[in-house]
Design a protein around this ligand. Structure first.
Ligand code: MTE
Length: 303
């Protein structure tokens, strides 16, 4: 079923993976006469970074997916056991068309495109990841959000027989996350179903995961089985676990340090021993698109 949910607009269709270095190189290729799908290029250009993506190897071998263990290489080692087909997502709460949607049905009709996003983990490391996905807003429009809805709650699959981490403590499973409705509707917010033009690897949250690029990585919940529209701020796994360290908003903010470490800089995975640390930008560099969502809010209080 490779590629079932990643349709036409893929750089990989026109570029061998080995030469897929970054967007600039691709644009140079385009100038040299490669035929690229115009719509795809426009979308990619609008929302994607020019920074060079991390390699597939880096993106799939340095993961946080605590359902499979606490070490960065545990997800790559153990996520293979997760059954991702069939897969359905229950959508409910304050929506006009609640129900259990088969993944293929959920994805049907959504405009899937390439999004090369910066990804900043709260642990102060970062990557650049070429996702394929569609805007969460497209799905929410389709199920019909009711006027009273103010938040969107997400839940990861609970399957301890396939997820060894769920057989242990530490986190109250299943992993849950949430967004304010306007954050969920922002065009940057996507549900990813692919990576590097291939189906989403299991360690990255197959078959469908959230990606919210201006927030710390823990907001980007993996392997989603439930989406609920609510009128109250939903509980979230990390806020519940350690509220003084992890807030509901979790916007990338170099001016507000984690109680135990600085958030002013980040280590780009793959930059090597001498790569040095890079400056962290407010909203992970997506301020132009999202700063207005928080106007008037004190982001040191609403961290
Ligand atoms: N989703 C679930 N269900 N379980 C998790 O442990 N970890 C979060 C987030 N989503 C996590 C999750 C954290 S802390 C990060 S940084 C990102 O996933 C990591 O995503 P990646 O492994 O694809 O880079």
């Amino acid at each position: 079923m490779a590629g079932r949910f990643v349709k036409s607009l893929r750089w990989s269709d026109v570029t061998p993976k080995a030469t897929w270095i970054n967007r600039r190189a691709l644009l140079a290729g385009a100038a040299a006469g490669l035929v690229l799908p115009a719509a795809g290029r426009a979308e990619t250009g609008r929302y994607s970074t020019d920074a060079a993506p991390n390699t597939l190897k880096e993106i799939t071998n340095y993961n946080n997916f605590y359902e499979f263990g606490w070490n960065k290489d545990d997800p790559a080692a153990y996520a293979g056991a997760l059954t991702t087909d069939p897969w359905s997502v229950a959508i409910g709460g304050l929506v006009d068309r609640p129900g259990s949607y088969d993944l293929a049905d959920l994805v049907k009709g959504q405009a899937i495109d390439e999004r090369i996003y910066r990804f900043r983990c709260v642990e102060a490391w970062s990557m650049v990841i070429p996702w394929q996905g569609f805007q969460l807003s497209g799905l929410l429009d389709r199920v019909g959000v009711q006027p009273g809805a103010k938040y969107v709650a997400f839940e990861t699959v609970y399957r301890p027989e396939e997820m060894p981490g769920q057989r242990g403590g530490g986190i109250s499973w299943p992993y849950v996350e949430g967004l304010r409705l306007d954050e969920a509707m922002n065009p940057l917010t996507i549900l990813a179903t692919g990576l590097y033009g291939e189906e989403l690897p299991k360690q990255n949250g197959a078959p469908i995961r959230l990606v919210v690029p201006w927030k710390y990585g823990f907001k980007s919940i993996k392997s989603i089985v439930k989406i609920t529209l609510t009128d109250k701020q939903p509980r979230t796994t990390w806020q519940e676990l350690q509220p003084s360290e992890y807030g509901f908003y979790a916007n990338v903010n170099p001016g507000v340090d984690h109680p135990r470490w600085s958030q002013a800089t980040e280590r780009r995975i793959g930059a090597g021993l001498f790569g040095g640390r890079e400056e962290t930008f407010m909203f992970n560099g997506y301020g132009e698109e999202v700063a207005s969502l928080y106007s008037g809010m004190d982001l040191a209080v609403n961290y």
